[in-house]
Design a protein around this ligand. Sequence first.
Ligand code: MF3
Ligand code: CO
Ligand code: CO
Length: 274
Amino acid sequence: MHTWVMDRVEILSARELETMRRSCRMAASCLSAVGEILHVGITTEDINRFVHEYITSRDAYPAPLNYNGFPKSVCTSVNEVVCHGIPGPQVLTSGDIINVDVTTMLPKVAGYFGDTSAMFYIGDPSEDAQKVVEVARESLRRAIAVVGPGARLGDIGHVIQSYAEAQGCSVVRDYVGHGVGRKFHMPPQVAHYGTAGTGRRLKEGMTFTIEPMINLGGFETELQSDGWTVLTRDRSLSAQFEHTLRVTSSGCEVLTAREGVLKHSEDRPWVRAA
Ligand code: MF3
Ligand code: CO
Ligand code: CO
């Protein structure tokens, strides 16, 4: 989401954390299930319908729906769309890359939020597509590896930016990760660029997302006239992965870790479920 000024970090109680874990596990399993249904010829509205049904049939609520007026239950961002793509009649064709961003709220009223996204390959990817997707995947993996008590927010941004730029890609500045828990978006802001050793110190119990958006060209973005769809200004390809994390005494727990291999995305399991 867009950046904000307020900065009050909330820590969940043990009881709240159990519900948060369930919400995050549901978001993760929903994303895995999306991987199973993707194919050349599917529309982004088909993905929306599937996600809506998956979440509502499990007594949870798809958090994007009506969030600040967002009209659908999931974000689907294809090719040069950076984030917040709105599902619709668009037919996916071979060579497309798509980010599917699932956010659950459990229970469905005043619940806890689980937020996770991944890139999928539709049919055969171009070299450019593989490049930006794999750089985004690896940048999130490296960022997760530095999360722990005492680490600082700037350490997260630094590891993403230094890796992505060394690979010849750029890091989107206009949208950031965020605290998540009793609200969809709350402090702190988690920038995906920055300087090591700067920014807020992480402490045990903090729950937040890391969701780097990596572009093949420049980092600049442009908001489409629908008020939601974010594009790369130079129309280069963009890729994003997102996990919800909790800082533990020794590192972090990936609350949205998946079971098994994500179809149409991973060739091996990547972040193991706890
Ligand atoms: N899931 C997105 C995030 O990671 C936010 C989507 S807001 C919506 O923060 F309204 F577009 F759904
Ligand atoms: Co998020
Ligand atoms: Co998200």
